[in-house]
Design a protein around this ligand. Structure first.
Ligand code: SF4
Length: 385
């Protein structure tokens, strides 16, 4: 293969980068490098392209170990450097090689439908916070988040990462804002997920599903329909705080977004949206075969007391403690509760009793919600009051 001096140099550079990735343990287990090796193998089968490249790719296949992550998000990612150099040497056909893992991930039931590096805080809140590569900032936002923040996560790639972000945001019609903050990737060549997300919000995608105006080498949203991208752009505002690492500023922005929340978005696929179940009371009371409880507040001793009676009225256990958890834990361990509705009722009453002890208000044990009179003992259970 005859190449000009310039192209020859770019070709050698590509091989050097490839060998660098082959020697790096982190790349051997990384989805980006796996994807590059597969893509090069497919683009240059036997008899196609420079033999030296084919031989290096074959050698690279032997270096791969079991994939441990999709993309490590390194500041300088080697596979895009390989593709850039090869593009210079061999032409534009190489530029479209996939070097990031882009397999479609199976959606699951519920929200968020796709896995990722995020933490869910609440469903019915209007703000998602994307901290780009700043995991420490994401942790701080999670710690200090108010009720306006639904989900906090990081984002490392401008293709797979943005695809998943959009799908997860579209799965919750309460979400109307995505705040993008933290430092964008600093690669000279490679991923710019923050800039790409901001560009997507402003300009959308072209006919090849490439984000218009994105600086990354692979801003392709292959697994998203143009309709879903359009819906995201119409319904969700991307707030550009790229570079901001001060948690206070991020929380302030979240607050400002919430103050102008336009309300529920039009669902993209109504069938996949999690609809709240309206609450209701049980139609009839079913006694717990294990017996019933009486809760007392013993103010003179600063204690709560839980008496357990068998259904024939015989007391078989008394539990004492200062908090609800200290009472219900032994009750569960001893098998004194056999029904979930009874456990829920006991938890509620013990929490009320604990609060009554704390604030000094009288405590009256409520009947189970479906009954006019309690099946769990006498109506008033204040001892030493
Ligand atoms: S992100 Fe790039 S440089 Fe980092 S481990 Fe993966 S392939 Fe290697």
């Amino acid at each position: 293969m005859n190449l000009s001096r310039e192209k020859e140099q770019a070709f050698k550079e590509a091989l050097t980068y490839l060998q660098e990735a082959m020697a790096a343990e982190k790349c051997q287990a990384c989805g980006c490098f796996h994807q590059l090796v597969v893509a090069l193998g497919q683009a240059f089968p036997a008899g196609v392209g420079p033999q030296e490249l084919r031989e290096t790719v074959e050698a690279a296949k032997l270096c791969l170990v079991e994939r441990q992550y999709d993309c490590l998000g390194c500041e300088v990612c080697i596979p895009p450097l390989v593709v850039n150099a090869l593009t210079q040497a061999l032409g534009e056909a190489v530029a479209d090689l996939e070097v990031c893992p882009t397999e479609k991930v199976e959606e699951r039931r519920g929200w968020p439908p796709l896995p990722g590096a995020y933490q869910v805080l609440r469903y019915q809140a209007p703000v998602a916070v994307c901290c780009l590569t700043a995991e420490d900032l994401a942790a701080a936002v999670v710690r200090e988040a108010g009720p306006e923040i639904a989900i906090v996560g990081t984002l490392h790639t401008e293709n797979l990462g943005i695809e998943r972000l959009i799908q997860n945001v579209l799965g919750n019609p309460h979400l109307r804002f995505v705040i993008v903050c933290g430092p964008d990737s600093k690669q000279a060549v490679g991923h710019y997920p923050g800039q790409s997300l901001a560009a997507l919000a402003q300009q959308g995608i072209d006919d090849r599903r490439r984000i218009i105006g994105a600086r990354g080498r692979r801003p392709l949203l292959k697994n998203l329909s143009p309709e879903s991208v359009a819906h995201f752009r119409e319904m969700v505002e991307v707030v550009d705080l790229i570079g901001e690492t001060d948690v206070t500023q991020v929380l302030l922005a979240a607050n400002q977004c919430a103050s102008r929340n336009p309300g529920l978005a039009r669902p993209f696929e109504a069938s996949s949206i999690l609809a709240p179940v309206p609450g209701y009371l049980p139609a009839r009371m079913v006694s717990d075969p294990a017996g019933y409880f009486v809760v007392y507040v013993d103010r003179s001793r600063g204690m709560l007391s839980l008496e357990h009676y068998l259904n024939d009225g015989v007391l078989d256990t008394v539990i004492e403690g200062a908090t609800a958890a200290e009472l219900y834990t032994p009750a569960i361990d001893r098998g004194l509760i056999s029904r979930l509705d009874h456990a829920a009722y006991l938890g509620r009453e013990l929490a009320r009793a604990e609060e009554s002890l704390r604030v000094g208000e009288p405590f009256v044990q409520d009947a189970a919600p479906e009954l006019a009179s309690s099946a769990c003992g006498p109506a008033c259970h204040e001892a030493g009051a």
